[in-house]
Design a binder for this molecule. Sequence first.
Ligand SMILES: [Zn+2]
Ligand SMILES: [Zn+2]
Length: 262
Amino acid sequence: MKNYHTHTARCHHAMGTDEDYVQIAIQEGYTTLGFSDHACWHYPSGFHPHIRMLETEFDGYQKSILDLKQKYQDQIEILCGLEAEYFPKSMNWLKNFCKEKQLDYLIFGNHYYQSDETGIYYGNCPQNHIEDYFTSTLEGLQTGMYSCLAHPELILLNPHLKWNDQLEEGFHSICKLAKELEIPLEYNVLGFRKARQMGFVAYPHPRFWQIASQYKNKAIIGMDAHQPFGLEKELFLEAYESLLKYDVEIVDALKKVDFSMM
Ligand SMILES: [Zn+2]
Ligand SMILES: [Zn+2]
């Protein structure tokens, strides 16, 4: 069992110490734990985001993870990544940042339109921004910087969005491109758990995964843990079992991107 989608308390909506996550991961039987907390970004305006670490907090994040990597090296592989958006104007900054910090990987969480300073949150996507979600997801995938696409169906969090041709076509275009680029789509376990507990299915969404089956996409389980018990083995296995219903190629490891070559 490997999981590359793990948050830390630095994003202000996750709980527990970094070490708690590592200890639970070992206890539950993971062989790899990748941290991918919400990426910091550089805001020339001095904007102060509330759902991610600050740029100045990154070094502490990395140090903590590298220390844990060292401490638990005989028990588990630990990686240091980030869950990052696609903010077109800041992508050069991000590329240089990943290079300089020698980050292990990025996962693509397309949460906001253009920036969280100015843009809307796609989890509450209004009708007139749906096309932007698809366009920006495709553009982001094409940068080659991300090792997987987290919760590809994020816009379905809006309960007022009804499945229609626009969504159908948009999701087809995501699956088609991800297939061409061999980028795995994430079967998001946080969403899976919420759907089970609250009965509202946003993601993973069966219709999306039927489309992914048509393209035979690569798929990966992502726990999206915001608390240590979000790494529960039982949950992983239930999600895995559910993903097996689809005709996708399940991968358990993410390919690293060599940022120094970009
Ligand atoms: Zn996310
Ligand atoms: Zn996440």
